[in-house]
Design a protein around this ligand. Structure first.
Ligand SMILES: [Zn+2]
Length: 134
């Protein structure tokens, strides 16, 4: 039987961008972000469901960006970190706020913020960022 995705593309793209919605394999409990519709461990035995992450986690490693890519120049310096989510997967993301407060093992939570602004077309892109929980 050919593999058939149980995860419609529509919410995958939309929800993953605006909130931390990923997927979970309820066969082995592995979670995925960005959402995966296939569990590499269970393969065809895996059953994938939509999964809402809390957005809470911990800083695993981070780097301070001082030379930004085009469109991000006004944000420098800023921190991009690898975050271990409480539910069990790692994602990378920007940490907003005072860069001096960012440390390994600091607790973070996700927030919804402007990512970039395209001045030529007036487009503003929003998405998930993180902030330090004091
Ligand atoms: Zn699995």
């Amino acid at each position: 039987m050919p593999y058939k995705s149980s995860v419609p593309l529509f919410w995958r793209l939309k929800d993953a961008k605006y909130s931390l919605v990923g997927t979970k394999c309820i066969t082995c409990n592995q979670v995925f972000f960005p959402p995966a519709d296939f569990c590499p461990q269970c393969r065809r035995k895996g059953k994938i469901e939509k999964f809402q992450f809390s957005g809470n986690g911990e800083v695993v490693s981070y780097t301070v960006i001082r030379v930004a890519p085009e469109g991000f120049e006004k944000y420098v310096p800023y921190v991009v970190a690898i975050i271990q989510l409480d539910e069990g997967t790692r994602i990378s993301g920007q940490i907003i706020g005072d860069i001096n407060k960012v440390e390994i093992e600091k607790r973070v939570k996700s927030v919804f913020r402007r990512i970039t602004e395209d001045n030529d077309q007036g487009l503003i892109h929003y998405g998930i960022k993180f902030e330090i929980v004091d």
